[in-house]
Design a protein around this ligand. Structure first.
Ligand code: NAD
Length: 420
C-alpha cells in the first residue's frame, strides 16, 4: 500500500531521532504540531448561492522563531497533508538557518472551478478566520500550490482592514507594488537550479550534457526549467496536471513559457501546439523516463513503493514537498540514486520570503542583485553543510539534512527550556 505523506515525514523523523539518540521528550515534541486550526469558510458564489469550504492553518514549531509557511488551494488538501507540510517547513527553515519555525495552510477547493471573485472571497474569509493565530511576529503565510502574489495581496488587504492600517509584513510573496521582493517569484526555481548545478559539479557531470525531466510546470517547475536551460541543460520532458511533453533533443522552453504566460490563468499543456519532434507523454512516462536528472515539482507522493524501482534518473532534485515516499526513498538509496531532499532543494522560496519579510519590516527594498546574491550564498552554504554531513557520516543527503535540522530545533528547545 502507498504510504501517506504524513507517515513518511514522521518515519523519517523517527529514524533520524534514533540515529542521533535524540532526547525522547524532544522527539515527542518534534513529532507533533504546536497548534492546528480548522476553519469553515462560507462564501457567496457568483450565482448567489452559498458554498461552504474548509480551511486549515497548522503551526508545527515556533522554537526557532515565528512560524512560516505557504497556503495551498487544492481539492485533496486535508489536515494530515497540512501537518506534514508544516513539519517540513520547520525542518527547511532550520537547514537554511533562518530565524523561523514552520507552518502551513490550505483550503480544500478546486480553483479551476472557481471565478477570480470567488477565489478572492474565499481568501479574504480564510484570512479573517485564521487571523487570531497569524501575525508578523507569530506566523507569516506565503504562496504554494494554486496561490500566488495576487492571493497574498488579498490576505494582506483583509488583515490590514481588521488592523486599521496597512500591514506589509503579514505575508510574503506579495506583488511588488504591495511591498513584495524582487526575485521572490523566481526564488524556489532558482534554488532548485542552484542545487542541481551543485550536485552535478560534485559528481563531475557537465550540465551541458545533462538531460532533465521536470514534473509540474507551475511556479517551481517552470522557472527551474527556464534557468536550467539557460545554463545549457537539455530539458527533455515537462508535465502539468493535464499531460507531459517530451523531446529527446530538448523542448523549446522559451516558447512553452510564452504559451503558459500568455493568460492570467496558465493554460494547460495538453492544448500546446507541438513543435517538430515533440510528443505527448503521460506523467508516468515522465517519471520513469531515461534522463540524468528528475525534478518532481508538482505534488507529494509521486514516487512511491510501486514505481520507485522503475525510476531511471540517477539524480532527483525535489522541487515539490514530499514527492518521494519514505519507502521509495529506501529503494532509491539502494539503487544509489542521489536525492537532494525537499527541505534543501526547494528552500529558495522561504529564503527570499525571509528577505521580503526583512524588507517589509524595514520599508527598505533591495535590488535584484542583492536578493539573488544573498540567496545563492545561503543555498550554497546549506548545500555544503548537508553534503559534508552526508559524506562524513556515510548517509543519504536526506538523512544528513534531517540530522542538521532536528539538531538545530532540539538545541533551540533546550536553550529556551520547557514552558512553564
Ligand atoms: P503551482 O500551483 O504553481 O504549480 C503546480 C504544477 O503542478 C502545475 O503545473 C500543475 O498543473 C502541476 N500538477 C498538479 N497536479 C499534478 C499531477 N497530478 N501530475 C503532474 N502535475 C501536476 O505550484 P508550485 O508553487 O509550483 O508548487 C509545486 C510544489 O513545490 C509543491 O509541492 C509546493 O509545496 C512546492 N513548493 C513551492 C514553493 C513556492 O515558492 N511556490 C516553495 C517550496 C516548495
Amino acid at each position: 500500500m502507498i504510504q501517506s505523506f504524513y507517515n513518511s515525514v514522521l518515519e523519517q523523523i523517527d529514524d533520524t531521532a534514533e540515529r542521533i539518540s535524540l532526547d525522547s521528550g524532544i522527539h515527542k515534541m518534534i513529532r507533533k504540531p504546536e497548534r492546528e486550526l480548522t476553519v469553515t469558510i462560507p462564501i457567496e458564489k457568483d450565482n448567489g448561492e452559498i458554498e461552504v469550504f474548509t480551511g486549515y492553518r497548522v503551526q508545527h514549531s515556533s522554537a526557532r522563531g515565528p512560524c512560516k509557511g505557504g497556503i495551498r488551494y487544492h481539492p485533496d488538501t486535508n489536515i494530515d497533508e497540512v501537518k506534514a507540510l508544516a513539519t517540513l517547513m520547520s525542518l527547511k527553515c532550520a537547514v537554511s538557518n533562518l530565524p523561523y519555525g514552520g507552518a502551513k495552510g490550505g483550503v480544500t477547493c478546486s480553483p479551476s472551478k472557481l471565478s477570480k471573485k470567488e477565489l478572492q472571497r474565499i481568501t479574504k474569509r480564510y484570512a479573517a478566520m485564521i487571523l487570531p493565530i497569524i501575525g508578523p511576529r507569530a506566523d507569516i503565510p506565503a504562496p504554494d500550490i494554486n496561490t500566488n502574489a495576487e492571493t497574498m495581496g488579498w490576505i494582506m488587504d483583509a488583515v490590514s482592514m481588521y488592523k486599521g492600517s496597512t500591514v506589509l509584513d503579514i505575508v510574503t510573496g506579495k506583488p511588488l507594488e504591495l511591498g513584495g521582493s524582487l526575485g521572490r517569484r523566481e526564488a524556489t526555481g532558482r534554488g532548485v537550479m542552484i542545487n542541481t548545478i551543485e550536485i552535478l559539479k560534485k559528481l563531475n557531470i557537465n550540465p551541458k550534457k545533462t538531460s532533465i525531466a521536470i514534473q509540474g510546470f507551475g511556479n517551481v517547475g517552470s522557472i527551474a526549467a527556464e534557468l536550467l536551460e539557460d545554463i545549457g541543460c537539455k530539458i527533455c520532458a515537462i508535465s502539468d496536471v493535464s499531460t507531459g511533453l517530451y523531446n529527446s533533443n530538448g523542448l523549446d522552453i522559451p516558447n512553452i513559457l510564452l504559451y503558459i504566460n500568455s493568460e492570467s490563468r496558465p493554460p494547460l499543456l495538453k492544448e500546446y501546439n507541438l513543435k517538430k519532434d515533440d510528443e505527448f507523454i503521460s506523467n508516468k512516462e515522465l517519471l520513469e523516463g531515461d534522463v540524468d536528472v528528475l525534478i518532481p515539482s508538482a505534488l507529494e507522493n509521486q514516487i512511491h513503493i510501486e514505481n520507485a524501482d522503475n525510476i531511471k534518473a540517477k539524480i532527483i532534485v525535489e522541487g515539490a514537498n514530499g514527492p518521494v515516499s519514505k519507502k521509495a526513498d529506501e529503494i532509491l538509496a539502494e539503487k544509489e540514486v542521489k536525492i537532494i531532499p525537499d527541505i534543501l532543494a526547494n528552500s529558495g522560496g522561504v529564503v527570499v520570503s525571509y528577505f521580503e519579510w526583512v524588507q517589509s519590516i524595514q520599508s527598505f527594498f533591495w535590488d535584484i542583485n542583492e536578493v539573488n546574491e544573498n540567496l545563492k550564498k545561503i543555498m550554497l552554504k546549506s548545500f555544503a553543510e548537508v553534503w559534508y554531513i552526508s559524506k562524513k557520516e556515510r548517509i543519504t543527503l536526506r538523512e544528513a539534512a534531517y540530522r542538521l535540522a532536528i539538531k538545530k530545533i532540539a538545541c533551540a528547545v533546550q536553550l529556551r527550556g520547557i514552558f512553564p
